[in-house]
Structures are given as C-alpha cells and as structure tokens.
Write a protein that binds this ligand. Structure first.
Ligand code: MN
Length: 317
C-alpha cells in the first residue's frame, strides 16, 4: 500500500490534501504533516492543504486556498481521516483525476480509487508517520510535530484502546529524533477559553444519569450562546467525562443552528455503542461514536437504546 500511494504522489505535480468538516487536531495534523513530507521529497510539486480554517485550532496551521483556475483534471486528491464522502471538507470532488483515501475509522463507504483503511491505528497522523517511514517521503521536525499533535489528540494522550505500544514508541522516537517540546504540542491541542470550562461545569451540574449509568445532556443553542462557545466545542465536551464512576456511557446532544442539526457525541467505558450510532446513520469507533439528528425529539429514544446496551453490559460483567 505504501508503494502504491507513493507512486501516485510521485506521478502528480498538483496534489490537494483534504479532510473532514469540523476539523480536529488529528485531521489537521495529518494534513499538514503529509504536505510537509511530500514537499520534503518533491519541493517543486504544488501541494495544498484544503478545507475551511479552524478558529479554535489556528495554532496548528493554516489551510491553503485553491486557485480559481486550478486544473483538477490533472490533480491528485488525498482524503484523510474521513470515512464518509459527504463529510469531506472540499469542493469539486468529482473533478479530480485520481483520489486516495487514508483513514483509521471503521470502513463505511468506498469513494476513492485507492483506499488505505486500518482502524487499528490510533490516528490518521500515525498512518502518515508510517507512510513516511516506509517511503522516500521524508520526515522533518515540522511534520513530526504535526504527527504528534494528531496522535496525542486522537488517542487522548494514549488513553484509548488504539494507542498501542507501537504508537507510544513512535512518539518517543519522534521526540528524541526531532527534539520536540511536548509542552508546545499540549498547548496546541488542549488550550481553551475559560468559557469552555464553565460549560463543562454546567454539564456536570445538569447531566441526567439513567438507571444503567448512561449520562446525557442537551446543550441547546441558548446554552451555547450563554457560555459563548461554538457548537463544535460544545460537542467536543464529551471527551472530558472519561473517568466518572457513575458513568458507563455518556452522551451530549448539542444543537448546531447553523447546520440545522443536533450533534450527538457518545462515549463508552464498556458497552459497544457504534452499532447503535449506525442505526441512526451515524458511526465511529466501538467506544466513541457520533450521530446527527434533526431535533431533540429523538433524545429519549437514543438514550433508551444506550441504556439497554449498558444494562446488557452490566449483566454480563
Ligand atoms: Mn482521526
């Protein structure tokens, strides 16, 4: 697979690297790292990191504008960290001459010519590191930092199951070889406004916990405005409730009026939840999934299903 991807990269002078909407540090880290390692090997190529700019993660890097007269028919598109076609943050997908997908989410649909999918990886960024280590796309300090940002963030500091000893060893090697200051990495991933912490306090105060330890909360647009956060960071709050003894499964329902939907973010300490997510056209990993719903009317139904799953899990302990 490495060779096949490398060959295509070598073949094209114009390469666009895309990732999912609602960029997170792994999507961005993988994107900028891949851009760097391609340019290290082929300084004359034109490589674009595409997609809308993330205000929250602007310190990670700035995406590129694609020229209006860009010739898509001669360009290669590489999509990172995105299992579902409609989630790609890019225009003119159909116009590209060739497409490659590199992703660590469980397979959902095929939409690229070449697809390298492996959900054993901690992050898309770790895949980019392996691509570099196995081809002539050479790493440098900048790429190493971006890769580390993606790994740290997507594994939640090596907390999640997919953070293997290989992942940890890779990060050790990167720190040693490129003299990476890990405080800088942590700042880029975890720095946030006090408002977010206040919203976290609101969630702790108001979360409802079911009989079988499913904690849930509806974060309405009013609340989002009151705490002056954006809809995406309200949804990301879910990662802050990992080690709470009363919670087996926890879920936030956060309203996004701009996109006219409710973002459902589910996490679990045991019960498998991605099968429930996919029933509602969502998806993700076994213990970390997401759904998009139209209104808060569906909250009760989803919580009930999660509660059932938690009940079954407890019975089998
Ligand atoms: Mn990812």
């Amino acid at each position: 697979m490495y060779k096949e991807i490398y060959k295509e990269i070598k073949n094209y002078n114009n390469i666009v690297i895309a990732r999912h909407i609602g960029a997170d540090p792994d999507a961005l880290g993988a994107q900028f790292a891949l851009k760097s390692i391609i340019l290290n090997a082929f300084p004359k190529k034109k490589v674009y990191a595409a997609g809308s700019r993330s205000a929250k993660f602007k310190s990670i890097g700035k995406t590129d504008n694609i020229d209006e007269d860009f010739d898509y028919s001669k360009a290669l598109l590489i999509v990172l960290d995105t299992p579902i076609k409609r989630r790609i943050d890019i225009e003119n997908f159909e116009k590209y001459n060739n497409t490659i997908k590199i992703d660590h989410h469980p397979f959902d649909e095929k939409f690229c010519e070449i697809e390298w999918i492996d959900d054993n990886y901690s992050s898309a960024s770790e895949m980019i590191a392996d691509l570099s280590l196995n081809t002539k796309l050479e790493m440098n300090k900048e790429a190493a930092e971006h890769i580390m940002i993606g790994i740290i963030s997507d594994s939640n500091r090596f907390l999640y199951e997919n953070a293997s000893t290989k992942t940890i060893r890779l990060v050790c090697d990167l720190i040693d070889k490129y003299d990476i200051d890990k405080n800088i990495i942590y700042e880029k991933v975890y720095m946030r406004d006090l408002n977010e912490l206040k919203l976290q306090g609101y969630i702790s105060q108001n979360m409802i916990i079911t009989e079988n330890n499913v904690g849930y909360i509806c974060i309405t647009d009013d609340i989002i405005k009151e705490y002056k956060v954006d809809a995406a960071s309200a949804g990301n709050m879910v990662s802050n409730f990992s080690f709470v003894s009363e919670l087996l499964v926890w879920v936030t329902f956060s309203e996004d009026v701009k996109q006219n939907l409710i973002r459902v973010s589910i996490r679990s300490r045991g019960p498998v939840i991605n099968d429930i997510a996919s029933k509602y056209n969502g998806g993700g990993h076994k213990f970390a999934s997401g759904i998009r719903i139209k209104s808060f009317d569906q909250v009760e139904e989803i919580v009930k299903e999660l509660d059932e799953a938690a009940k079954k899990y407890k019975e089998n302990l």
